[in-house]
Design a protein around this ligand. Structure first.
Ligand SMILES: [Mn+2]
Length: 413
């Protein structure tokens, strides 16, 4: 049996707005949170010890992290090198450099010849010798349209058609890889991808338009004993019958408020040919807490907000207070008292939302009985929205692009 630790979506260096500078170290406390959480994953790998660590991609928020963030990441993975634990680092969408010659931040580990480290930046099978036997890892990094096809080939096709063609191309390439596998050796598919049935959060918007979704049938293949995924930040198993398990471990820390209610952790896998037992191991991470209260109908809005705050345990949490209020109530709010009430939080924001008393009048030119050209409609709308004047030209350009069915523009958005 081969024991494996599977983690993903570290995103080290993101979410600094949820932290503060630690005066003792000079670092943002959210960097320290992410480093501590990663160190607990590595602690587990060393304590067991596991035979291999596989990372599902997205090490940093982008491909060019500042040196001190790279060092914090490297100093944790260095502990695996010292312990002689083979490690596979898969390249995610956030790790790819989209400018110039491309490349990925994680490729430096291959360039330096770090002992026992494999970087998955192409679709390729790696045979890895562990303390408990050989294992095959097929790496499937985040693929963009340009990796599989040229612009000429996609000319005049809809996004759905392009997606379908990409999936067909990938199916062929993957098939070629599968045929070369040794059927007697335990095999893992390690992919950074979006499947058509995953439930997702912020990662969808972080990668909008850049990638494509893969059908689950591409992954549920008997040749794979375990399918290790990255990209989706919510932990989930996409194949309840576990033949094979198809697992997103999720991100190890909360990257933003969309992950407020999600458990964070990593997965321990016990792998044999034809069998994989897996367990999600939760990590204790910093709480995120949204306090939302509508005080627009309250006689004493301040007291209502204070009461709402008191319902939550906000100590050391990242908190956002959102209260809905009418403009004439604003004088009743004692902001210093709100700051005082939120002081025990690790970090907080206060977001008042004004509720308008009057329903917004409709624009007469846009009444439903008029048939109107979409561009004229947008133009009329923009003329009536003083607050959008700064971006009116860009909005019109974007609309022209959309109407011209300019898919290239869409893909590059
Ligand atoms: Mn990703």
């Amino acid at each position: 049996m081969i024991k494996i630790l599977h983690l993903s979506d570290i995103h080290m260096g993101s979410g600094f707005s949820h932290g503060r500078i630690n005066p003792e170290t000079g670092f943002n406390t959210r960097l320290e949170d992410f480093v501590n959480t990663l160190s607990r994953c590595i602690d587990r790998a060393l304590a067991d010890p596991v035979d291999m660590v596989i990372f599902g991609g997205d090490a940093f928020p982008d491909a060019t992290p500042p040196p001190y963030v790279q060092q914090a990441f490297a100093s944790q993975f260095r502990r695996l090198v010292d312990a002689d634990i083979p490690t596979v680092l898969l390249v995610g969408n956030h790790d790819q450099h989209s400018q110039g010659q491309g490349g990925a931040s994680l490729c430096i580990y291959r360039t330096l010849g770090v002992h026992g480290f494999v970087v998955g930046d192409t679709l390729k099978t790696h045979s890895i010798q562990t303390n408990n036997g050989l294992v095959q890892v097929v790496t499937l990094p985040w693929l963009t349209r340009s990796a599989l096809m040229t612009k000429q080939e996609t000319q005049g096709m809809s996004l759905a058609q392009i997606n379908q063609l990409l999936v067909e191309r990938l199916r062929l390439v993957l098939e070629g890889e599968i045929r070369r596998l040794d059927p007697n050796v335990p095999t893992i598919l390690l992919g950074h991808l979006m499947t058509d049935n995953a439930s997702f959060g912020a990662e969808r918007f972080l990668a909008v338009g850049k990638g494509f979704t893969l059908p689950l049938s591409l992954l549920t293949r008997p040749c794979f004993d375990y399918v290790a995924l990255g990209h989706v930040h919510r932990h989930q198993n996409l194949n309840k019958t576990n033949d094979p398990p198809i697992i997103y471990p999720g991100s190890i820390e909360r990257v933003d408020f969309s992950e407020e209610k999600e458990d964070k952790g990593y997965v321990i896998v016990e792998l044999e040919k034809g069998k994989a037992e897996w367990e999600f191991c939760p990590l204790v991470v910093r709480n995120f807490c949204t306090i939302e209260v509508d005080v627009s109908k309250q006689e004493a809005p301040q007291a209502a907000i204070i009461k709402a705050i008191a319902k939550y345990n906000i100590e050391d949490a990242v908190v956002r207070l959102i209260y809905k209020i009418r403009s004439e109530q604003l004088d009743l709010i004692d902001t210093p008292e709100l700051h005082q009430a939120l002081k025990v939080a690790h970090n907080y924001t206060i977001q008042p939302e004004l509720i308008s008393q009057l329903a917004r009048p409709r624009i007469p030119e846009l009444s439903a009985c008029n048939s109107i050209d979409p561009i004229d409609a947008l133009q009329t709308y923009l003329t009536n929205r003083q607050d959008l004047q700064d971006i009116a030209t860009s909005m019109l350009e974007a609309a022209h692009g959309l109407l011209a069915n300019d898919k290239e523009a869409l893909l590059e958005l």
